[in-house]
Design a protein around this ligand. Structure first.
Ligand code: NAD
Length: 530
């Protein structure tokens, strides 16, 4: 692993701007890139003339794809080519499912204590190699190293909770249904499960998916985002280092062709999806149309409702939730609703936003990294322009932000738009960039009505010191995750990550309740005597 992973970075360094190279080299010097040495060489990249190509993981082997269709993975801070992802061929996809199906026959019979012990070793390895995974996330996704470590840590918590999955797999019993008759139910694994991940959390979201499924006794076919596949490959390698038998976890690459295969493959029983509404609604319809269980977490427009008695620090918290990770978080607070006099907080929010430093995620002191692609940058800038045309007031403009040494990067700085009405494009679209739109309401009732009328229902927060207002909000709001003076209310894995309305398809949530999604109930009735 050492050699080939190093060569990826060497290529990235050599093809990046000088300053970017210096940033990466500084990280190497600081020991952040102490490459993983658990295997003699990195098997998941194959050399090619243009850039290293990611391999699929099939049946425990990292296999170079024979596909001629390659998708570029670029560094968002420079737009230089880092690596390429193959569009896996049909026979590669079929092999992945067949190896998962074969592995299931024995894996399902491995005692739960042993499957949990695998997770115990796995969490230890993820912890040990967090810096390495974080560096790859920052290179491919652009977020700061601190955010990249947070990305891994949130996934690590799911792995930790899977270390004690046994109680969730317990069935139920009822004695004496009638004389000599008892009833027992077992929770049994389903078979081959699949996961399809987005670009924005390259470690956390794959870790939401396969660790719980595999510990429950299922086997898995994972498709990482074609834009940020590296972290998932490292995590897959660590899973094998932790002792996961061959074929239990498979990774296949590609875009829509791979997704369509997953939706249609008869042996795949479930699909876990996280990503946009366009893809998620399509996958939910196609997957359930093929009789699969599908859980899908989709897009968001998260509102912060600010009351006039908001506690000190609310503006700072709001800015962090709106602009952190360049707004590329499904839980980013992208719309603020000022209730009455709370509108006076706007200058404070703008002042907080102006403190954010935009730049390369590897550089110290940077708060906001680049957007994932040039198309994404252009889309965000275009929405800002259209929003102004539709009547928005531009309070802070992050377009055209200059980042010295990274002139080709996809940067947009914190942007604030006020005088937004419900039909303004900056409100109706999920922007997925560092743009905060400001709306106003006269009363808390009006604010709640506004939030509940939005098509999305992923996360929201209220900022107030009034217990009565907070309680009313919590009880009347129709949104999955709700914070009271907490800007990004992300639940721990032994709760569930939920959602409402347009932010979710399917009726089973990720993390804790996903266990039920991944199992079948087998009911037995025993007669002891006649
Ligand atoms: P995306 O939908 O473009 O891609 C997600 C996955 O779907 C990728 O693996 C991609 O290959 C595949 N895909 C993309 N377009 C497809 C299509 N037309 N048909 C079939 N498959 C397709 O999402 P993204 O841009 O990678 O991620 C950002 C989105 O994810 C945002 O909308 C964000 O809100 C959402 N997200 C939601 C949550 C949540 O928990 N609700 C968490 C993270 C991200």
């Amino acid at each position: 692993m050492t050699q080939i992973l190093s060569s990826t970075f060497r290529r990235a360094v050599s093809s990046s701007s000088r300053r970017h190279a210096t940033a990466i080299q500084r990280n190497i010097k600081h020991g952040n890139l102490r490459f993983i040495t658990i295997l003699p060489e990195s098997p998941w990249l194959t050399s090619s003339s243009d850039a290293p190509v990611y391999s699929n993981l099939i049946g425990g082997q990292f296999v170079a794809s024979t596909s001629s269709k390659l998708i570029d993975v670029t560094d968002p801070a420079t737009n230089n080519l880092i690596a390429q992802v193959p569009q896996a061929t049909l026979s590669e996809l079929e092999s992945a499912v067949s190896s998962a199906q074969t592995a299931f026959e024995s894996w399902r019979n491995v005692p739960i204590q042993q499957r949990q012990r695998f997770m115990l070793r796995y969490q230890d390895l993820i912890r040990k190699y967090t810096d390495d995974i974080a560096n790859l996330i920052t290179l491919e996704q652009g977020k700061t190293l601190t955010d990249a470590k947070g990305d891994i840590f949130r996934g690590l918590e799911v792995v930790e909770s899977a270390c004690f999955l046994g109680p969730s797999l317990m069935g139920e019993t009822l004695g004496n249904l009638s004389d000599g008759l008892d009833c027992v139910s077992y929770r049994q694994p389903l078979g081959v499960c699949a996961g399809i991940a987005p670009f924005n959390f390259p470690a956390m979201i794959p870790l939401w998916m396969f660790p719980v499924a595999c510990t429950a006794g299922n086997t898995f076919v994972m498709k990482p985002s074609e834009k940020t596949p590296g972290a998932c490959m490292m995590l897959a390698q660590l899973a094998h280092e932790a002792g996961l038998p061959d074929g239990v976890l498979n990774v296949v690459h590609g875009g829509k062709e791979t997704v369509d295969f997953i939706c249609d493959a008869p042996d795949i029983r479930t699909i876990s999806f996280v990503g946009s509404n366009v893809a998620g609604e399509y996958i939910h319809a196609r997957g359930t149309g093929n009789d699969k269980r599908v859980q899908a977490n989709l897009g968001a427009k998260n509102h912060a409702v600010i009351l006039a008695d908001a506690p000190e620090g609310a503006a700072k918290a709001l800015a962090g939730a709106a602009f952190g990770a360049a707004g590329q978080r499904c839980m980013a607070l992208s719309a603020v609703v000022f209730v009455g006099e709370a509108r006076n907080m706007l200058p404070e929010i703008i002042a907080e936003a102006q403190k954010y430093k935009v730049g390369c995620g590897f550089d110290e002191g940077v708060d906001v990294g680049p957007l994932i692609s040039k198309e994404s940058q252009e889309r965000v800038e275009s929405i800002i322009a259209q929003s102004i045309d539709q009547g928005a007031v531009l309070e802070l403009d992050g377009r055209g932000v200059a980042v010295s040494g990274y002139e080709s990067g996809n940067f947009v700085g914190p942007t604030v738009l006020s005088n937004i009405d419900r039909k303004n494009i900056a409100y109706t679209e999920e922007i997925f960039g560092p743009v905060l739109v400001c709306l106003e309401a006269d009363t808390l009732d009006e604010a709640i009505e506004l939030v509940n009328a939005n098509p999305y229902g992923n996360g929201t927060g209220i900022f107030t010191q009034s217990g009565a207002c907070a309680r009313k909000f919590v009880h009347e709001i129709d949104v999955g995750q709700v914070g009271v003076n907490v800007p990004i209310p992300v639940p721990l894995p032994f709760f569930s990550f939920t959602g409402s309305r347009g932010s979710i398809r399917g009726d089973v949530h990720f993390c804790e309740s996903a266990v039920l999604f991944l199992l079948v109930h087998l009911f037995l009735i025993f007669r002891c005597h006649f």
